[in-house]
Design a protein around this ligand. Structure first.
Ligand SMILES: C[S@@+](CC[C@H](N)C(=O)[O-])C[C@H]1O[C@@H](n2cnc3c(N)ncnc32)[C@H](O)[C@@H]1O
Length: 441
């Protein structure tokens, strides 16, 4: 039987003692832990209870009686409701300290010795999102079509007239997108719009659950021309994303200037969300690994070749490995288009149960950039078979980085030599970090 949820209580005053990794204040009342949305450490707040379980309670900060010195006025009027950002009320420099503490706590909790100096990579904290998924919903009683991010912990859409973190080419048309969907014959059948901004244009991919009429297509095409946006429609899975004007739709790209690379991508392909931070992380990883013409480099979870192609500018040979065959193909095309002849790409499921049978050969250097679930299976194979001298690990989840680092610094035979925290997702609680492991003496 599910534990009984405590009865809602009256609002009460509390002093906030801590901060969770997802940005909620923590307090204790009568020995019970409360997680309080919108509260910062050291603040005295009025907590309005919202629910909970037997072992903890949930609330929101209804008013702030004694604000923290780090509290700032959020930039966005939808902050607190919109699920896109969680930290706009915390002054920006403190956000990175909070993320750094998250990485350190996870690593130390897993028994990994952390270097004294931790690098911080930051770029401008607004208008950085070049990849996003906007939700859309027809809600007649709220005035029509709503377009925005989902509400925090809910499936409702927060209608946005503006968004300070999304790419400016999309920010300026948020209201117009809602109007545009209202004009279609199926305003209730467009659940989401994918955003992909390259350096040569921005694409909007309209997912539609019912067929579009020729008239709908004309309206979408007209919008694209008027707003100078590339319009795509998507009937089913990501592979069905199709430009509405195939002849007039260039392929999007971003650049890695330090390596003289143009990386092309399809609108539904994975690209790192924040272009400026991506460039800094790629430069850092290449710097850390410092490959030369005698180096053999393995790039696991290589995607479009973001790290592989940069590494190939310095190394003798690079092998990029990736699970998505369309990304593998694109990585090969990116190599050819950039005149990179020393990089190859291979499709491999790096979470496969049969990974222990896979033998990529020996490599002097390895880079891993896995999804949130980490890379433990792949690392076990790599440490025994590829046996690199140095391994750079780029992570979007401090918990799996810590687990994998514990393996690498334990039976893997490596030591954590350098650590960096990068603000890939300012104002959110997402944490990007990078770690360099070198063979322990
Ligand atoms: C964080 S992204 C990194 C991509 C690339 N390194 C970059 O910088 O753009 C993680 C990558 O892991 C790939 N991936 C996810 N599951 C996988 C699997 N089971 N086997 C291999 N690759 C996988 C995704 O397709 C994605 O390209």
């Amino acid at each position: 039987m599910a534990p009984a949820v405590p009865k809602p209580r009256e609002p009460f005053e509390a002093r906030i003692e801590g901060f969770t990794h997802d940005g909620r204040g923590v307090t204790r009342v009568d020995g019970k832990v409360w997680f309080v949305e919108g509260a910062l450490p050291d603040e005295k707040v009025v907590v309005r209870p919202t629910g909970g379980k037997r072992s903890y309670s949930l609330g929101v900060a209804e008013s702030i009686l004694e604000p923290s010195a780090s509290r700032v006025t959020p930039h966005c009027t939808a902050f607190g409701v919109c699920g896109g950002c969680a930290l706009q009320h915390l002054e920006y420099p403190k956000q990175l300290s909070f993320k750094k503490a998250n990485v350190v706590e996870n690593l130390e909790g897993a028994g990994v010795t952390v270097p004294e100096k931790i690098l911080e990579l930051q770029a401008q904290p607004w208008a950085y999102r070049r990849r996003a998924r906007l939700g859309a919903r027809l809600v007649p009683k709220k005035g029509g079509v709503l377009v925005g991010f989902r509400e925090r912990n809910k499936s409702f859409i927060t209608p946005l007239s503006s968004c300070p973190v999304i790419h400016p080419s999309v920010d300026r048309v948020l209201v117009k997108i809602a109007d545009l969907i209202s004009q279609l014959t199926i305003p209730d059948r467009i659940p989401q719009i994918e955003v992909a901004a390259g350096e040569n244009g921005t694409a909007l991919v309209f997912r539609h659950l019912s067929p579009l009429t020729p008239g709908d297509r004309t309206i979408l095409r007209g919008f694209g021309t008027q707003e100078q946006l590339l319009i795509y429609t998507q009937e089913k899975g990501p592979e069905t994303a199709t430009p509405i004007d195939p002849g007039a739709t260039p392929e999007l790209f971003y650049t890695l200037k330090a390596f003289d690379l143009n990386i092309s991508f399809s609108v539904t392909h994975f690209i790192q969300v924040n272009g400026a931070i991506n460039e800094l992380i790629v430069e850092l990883a290449v710097d850390w690994l410092a490959p030369d013409k005698d180096s053999q480099v393995l790039d696991l979870f290589c995607g479009l070749g973001n790290f592989s192609l940069a590494l190939a500018r310095r190394a003798g040979r690079v092998l990029g490995v990736e699970g998505d065959a369309s990304l593998v193909k694109k990585a090969g095309e990116n190599a050819a288009a950039n005149g990179v002849a020393n990089a190859e790409f291979e499709a491999q499921d790096l979470f496969s149960d049969a990974l222990s049978d896979w033998d990529p050969g020996t490599f002097s250097h390895v880079l891993v950039d896995p999804p949130r679930s980490g890379a433990l299976e792949a690392l076990k194979t790599i440490c025994t078979k590829a046996a690199p001298n140095a391994l750079a690990y780029v992570s979007c989840n401090p918990a799996t980085l810590a687990r994998d680092a514990a393996y690498l610094t334990g039976s893997g035979g490596y030591r954590l030599a350098s650590l960096a925290v990068a603000d890939m997702f300012p104002h959110t609680t997402h944490v990007e970090s990078a770690a360099l492991f070198v063979r322990a003496p």
